[in-house]
Design a protein. Structure first.
Length: 134
C-alpha cells in the first residue's frame, strides 16, 4: 500500500509541475492576459499549491508509514486511513481538472453555445470575449 501512496504523491507533484508550467506561460508570447487567464489565475495558483501539498503529504505518509510499520509503531488497524488520503487526493485532483482544464478546453467553443455563454455570464458577470483580448 505504501507504494500506491507514493505513486499518488508523485502524480500530484507532476500535476503541480504541469500547473506551474501553465502558469508560467500565461500571456505568452506578448504578455497580454485574456479575460479567462485573469479570472483563473487565483484558481490555478490554488490548484498548484493543493497538488504540491498533497504530493508532500502522500510521500511523507508513505515514508513515515513504512518506517513506522517496520519499527512496530504503527498498528495494522491504521491501514484503512491510507484509503482516505487516496480518496481526498483523487477529489482534489478532480477539482483541479474541473477548475482549470475543463474550462480551458470548453472556452474556445463557448461563444457558439448559448448555455455556455449564460453560465459564463452568471459566474463572471460579463460575456466571454472572442479571444483577441482587450
Amino acid at each position: 500500500m505504501k507504494w500506491a501512496v507514493l505513486v499518488v504523491g508523485v502524480v500530484f507533484f507532476l500535476a503541480a509541475g504541469v500547473g506551474a508550467m501553465d502558469w508560467a506561460l500565461l500571456g505568452f508570447p506578448d504578455g497580454h492576459l485574456t479575460a479567462f487567464e485573469r479570472e483563473t489565475q487565483g484558481l490555478r495558483g490554488a490548484a498548484i499549491v493543493a497538488n504540491l501539498g498533497l504530493g508532500l503529504l502522500a510521500c511523507a505518509w508513505a515514508a513515515g508509514w513504512a518506517a513506522g510499520w517496520a519499527a512496530g509503531w504503527i498498528p495494522p488497524a491504521t491501514q484503512p486511513a491510507t484509503f482516505g488520503v487516496l480518496i481526498l487526493g483523487a477529489l482534489i485532483l478532480a477539482a483541479g481538472l474541473l477548475i482549470v482544464v475543463v474550462p480551458g478546453a470548453l472556452l474556445p467553443h463557448c461563444p457558439r453555445l448559448s448555455s455556455c455563454v449564460l453560465i459564463y455570464k452568471v459566474i463572471t458577470g460579463h460575456p466571454p470575449d472572442h479571444g483577441v483580448g482587450g
